[in-house]
Design a protein around this ligand. Structure first.
Ligand code: FAD
Length: 609
């Protein structure tokens, strides 16, 4: 029966008491899986989403890429104070709306390198398809790639190779109808840097300097995301979604997940939670910040954390909420006093006639600069290409005692999993097929966010013992592995090489505004990191890691939670290690891959009606 305060959305006349699958979280992964599981028209799925179903220009507008930044479309969570960042707290951004983070992200469509996905399988004795070869079909299935306009492609020398892409998904990735001329110049300026590759496509799985598309529907030049691709256009009675409803916990009967308890976000405090039963499986897709929280609240997690919060331990699973990772980024702001490539994005503010033209072509046919999101080009470079000290730093990492970078009471399995990851990264640091360095190229007369694509510090996301139902305690534990400081320092130094020791950029008359030319020694650069580093590029991952259980893993290779039956996690939290690229495309591919596994299971068990 229908509760008083909660809303059932289109296609659902009511929330039934039982479904085949109940999906927790209507975000990037949740809606993808729900769409695929209901494709047969019979399998019933309920998606329970905390945020609302909202139509807003903050979501749909392409220009700038992140109009919904820090708005009512996101959770408002602050991290715990970061000891190595002068005790600053950090805003933890994640979408809270139907579509999840895919509704608010910067729209950059990027994959990691092949080696990043091979690493995932490498943690298992018998890897089953978690490698580049195994992921590629799902990268293709996940997105509908529409090539750039031929004139724009030729003018800016945009390279792409359709063999790395598919064209069947309802989620689109496509190209702006305009590029600033400075972007090509900034790409070309990498041609004088030794060892840099210019790969044939952003989806080739190889590092280099390249163009990449953006999550945009080319027909109406609006954001394409999990809701537009996997919900709005799907008309099936067996696919239902309830928004504005917060999942409190998974109902466990012994070790079997049988249902989900949720509460309307609008419910008054006297209303009791609604229980909905899952005949086949409960699927957790609340994102890397909230999936571990839902598990811990349900009694699945590290006993110590659960006991402190007065929660009875059903399954003592040490890895839940640990292994937390995100891409750290820092600003190195360089402005060019003689950048002759105009117009640039700055001209939208300073040049009235350019702005007038931009307004006109947008009004006429949605073309021009307003079709640009965050930018479509960047450098993604291996460690040996950016640092002559790569072998020394890799040796230092290989010699480390992993336990010293984790809290002293860390579970042995979690430490062992971390040790396996560090070993893998110490090897990757010597290779030319893994990207560690990222610099976005947007064609402007100043530039400057640089990203460490393979951070080595690991944090945690645990329930708050004082308030288990409130927001979790998010601790990045930024820079707790000191090799991260070495890597970031080399990343800053290489960026200086590109701007100040490069025949191709000398004529731009670059000037470093931050940290500024006075900051040179290791100690000075480390202090700058402590002052200004962001431990997040809004790519939280790893908190329900797909690793062997004895390595602190939470899910197996079919993404089933260890020790619980009929329960999977399918979102960014299962990534054991971050890919060397923005995470959204990888989340879609994970969700596509696990959906095929789930459908196979339904069929082979003969339980499908
Ligand atoms: C500001 C920002 C910019 C980004 N930019 C880019 C980019 O340019 N390119 C890129 O590739 N990636 C980007 N990302 C990252 C990318 O969007 C995410 O990695 C990806 O969308 C995560 O997908 P997910 O399914 O794991 O989680 P989400 O998509 O976040 O889905 C989780 C859903 O679960 C819901 N939920 C949580 N708790 C509960 C609960 N208790 N009950 C019910 N529902 C719940 C949430 O409301 C949310 O809708 C960005 C992210 C952010 C936040």
């Amino acid at each position: 029966s229908r509760g008083a305060g909660w809303k059932v959305l289109s296609r659902a006349t009511d929330v039934q008491s039982t479904y085949d699958f109940v999906v927790i979280g209507g975000g990037t992964a949740g809606l993808t899986v729900a769409d695929r599981l209901t494709e047969d028209g019979k399998t019933t799925v309920l998606v329970i989403e905390h945020g609302e179903l909202l139509d807003s220009p903050l979501i749909s507008t392409v220009q700038g890429g992140m109009q919904g930044f820090s708005s009512q479309l996101m959770y408002s969570i602050n991290s715990v104070p970061q000891v190595n960042l002068r005790n600053h707290t950090i805003a933890v951004l994640a979408g809270k709306v139907v579509g999840g983070s895919s509704a608010v992200n910067a729209m950059m469509t990027v994959r990691g390198t092949a080696e990043d996905y091979d690493r995932w399988g490498s943690f298992f004795d018998n890897p089953s398809g978690w490698n580049w070869e195994g992921m590629l079909p799902y990268f293709k299935k996940a997105l509908n790639f529409v090539p750039p306009n031929a004139d724009v492609a030729e003018e800016s020398d945009i390279r792409y190779n359709q063999s790395f892409w598919g064209n069947t998904s309802g989620v689109y990735t496509s190209w702006p109808s305009y590029q600033y001329p400075g972007t090509k110049a900034q790409i070309d300026a990498f041609k004088t840097m030794p060892g840099v590759d210019f790969v044939s496509d952003s989806g080739s799985g190889r590092p280099g300097v390249y163009w990449f598309p953006q999550f945009m529907d080319p027909k109406n030049v609006t954001r394409s995301y999990a809701r537009t691709g996997h919900y709005d256009t799907i008309k099936r009675d067996n696919y239902q979604l309830v928004a504005g409803s917060k999942v409190l916990r998974i109902r466990l009967d012994g070790n079997v997940a049988t249902g989900v308890e949720f509460l309307s976000a609008r419910a008054n405090s006297t209303e009791s939670p609604v229980l909905v039963t899952a005949r086949k499986e409960v699927i957790l897709a609340a994102g890397a910040i909230h999936s571990p929280q839902v598990l811990q609240r349900s009694g699945v997690g590290p006993r110590k954390v659960l006991t402190a919060a007065n929660i009875t331990t059903v399954v003592d699973l040490a890895g839940v909420g640990q292994n937390f990772q995100d891409h750290p980024m820092v600003q190195m702001l360089v402005s060019f006093r003689n950048f002759t490539f105009t117009p640039s994005a700055q001209d939208l503010f300073t040049n009235a006639s350019f702005r007038h033209w931009a307004d006109q072509v947008w009004a006429a046919n949605k073309t021009g600069p307003y079709s640009l999101a965050t930018g479509n080009a960047a450098a993604w470079l291996p460690f040996p290409v950016i640092s002559s000290r790569f072998a020394e730093i890799a040796d230092k990492l290989a010699a480390q005692d992993p336990g010293t970078s984790l809290p002293p009471d860390t579970d042995k399995g979690v430490v062992a999993g971390y040790a396996a990851q560090l070993k893998s990264f110490a090897a990757a640091m010597r290779l030319n097929n893994t990207a560690f360095y990222n610099l976005g190229l947007t064609g402007g007369s100043s530039n400057g966010i640089i990203v460490d694509l393979h951070p080595l510090s690991r944090g945690s996301v645990n329930i708050d013992p004082e308030d288990p139902e409130g927001e979790p305690l998010v601790d990045y534990r930024a820079l707790t592995n000191t090799v991260d400081i070495d890597v970031m320092t080399e990343i800053m130094r290489y960026t200086r090489q590109y701007y100040f020791n490069n025949t191709a950029t000398a004529g731009w008359a670059p000037r470093e505004l931050s940290p500024g030319p006075k900051i040179q020694s290791d100690g000075e650069l480390a202090a700058y990191l402590a002052d200004t580093l962001s431990p997040t590029e809004f790519h939280p991952a790893g908190t329900c890691a797909m690793m062997p259980k004895e390595l602190g893993g939470v899910v197996d290779q079919e993404l089933r939670v260890y020790g619980v039956s009929r329960l999977r996690v399918v979102d960014a939290s299962i990534m054991p290690t971050l890919p060397g690229g923005n995470t959204c495309q990888t989340v879609y591919a994970i969700a596509e891959k696990v959906s095929v596994q789930q459908c196979y299971l339904c069929t082979s068990l003969g339980t499908r009606t």
